[in-house]
Ligand binder design. Structure first.
Ligand SMILES: Nc1ncnc2c1ncn2[C@@H]1O[C@H](COP(=O)(O)OP(=O)(O)OP(=O)(O)O)[C@@H](O)[C@H]1O
Length: 210
């Protein structure tokens, strides 16, 4: 469950006015697509939901925890445990294998190593025959699927994806959306996607425009 109320944010030293974001209320296991023109503040909003930026005013409540009331340390812990972030560009450790990157992500989330979960995820994402390859040996599309795996390996309560399809052709765009939806279903998570990719609209009934 994700709820925000009267959320406002200003970048330090920025010329732009304060961002005022609409209130959202996403019940457990539901999805939300956030659309909007370039520069309107989509990534900023996503970073607020992830606890990466502190709001100037307002509340962000995720599964009964108010992010704006947590200390920095509590917030880092909460994010590691409960938030799955999928960025447009993911920073892997390219000299490690796909499997080693996943194991490392589990450790950083302070989750128990779960071999079954790793194998399940690798299989769902069609990466089984690549698990021992170094990341630099993977194609762009394979790296994109690994970035989804890294975002959801720890079964987060909320999956936040920033423009996950913008560089993809139509076939890969549909595949990435259905993989994200499937993982959200398995993890019983909320899936929130921000995009200006109009192709994604058809896949989500719950949408807002910033
Ligand atoms: N760290 C920062 N400091 C100051 N201003 C910033 C910072 N990050 C973003 N901005 C500004 O805030 C505005 C919103 O940026 P944001 O990245 O949230 O937009 P967006 O809707 O995600 O855009 P796009 O679709 O192009 O990725 C932009 O005008 C941007 O220049």
């Amino acid at each position: 469950m994700i709820q925000t109320k009267s959320l406002r944010f200003t970048y330090q030293n920025a010329k732009k006015d304060t961002f005022c974001f609409p209130d959202i209320n996403v019940p457990s296991k539901e999805d939300l697509l956030i659309l909007g023109a370039s520069g309107v503040g989509k990534t900023t909003f996503l970073h607020l939901l992830a606890g990466l930026l502190p709001p100037k005013e307002g509340d962000i409540c995720i599964h009964n925890s108010y992010l704006n009331r947590l200390t920095r340390k509590q917030l880092d812990y909460f994010r590691g445990q409960h938030i799955g972030l999928i960025f447009q560009k993911t920073y892997f450790i390219k000299s490690l294998t796909l499997l080693e990157n996943l194991t490392l992500r589990e450790r950083l989330a302070k989750k128990k190593s779960d071999r079954y979960r790793r194998e399940e995820l690798i299989m769902h994402l069609g990466l089984s025959n690549l698990q021992n390859k170094k990341v630099y040996q993977l194609s762009e599309g394979q790296q994109q699927r690994l970035s989804i795996a890294l975002g959801v390996i720890h079964k987060p309560k909320v999956i936040l994806a920033d423009e996950p399809t913008s560089n993809l052709d139509d076939i890969n765009c549909s595949m990435v959306i259905s993989l994200l939806k499937k993982e959200a279903e398995i993890c019983k998570s909320n899936l929130v996607i921000i995009t200006h990719d109009q192709r994604v609209k058809a896949h989500f009934s719950n949408q807002i425009i910033l």
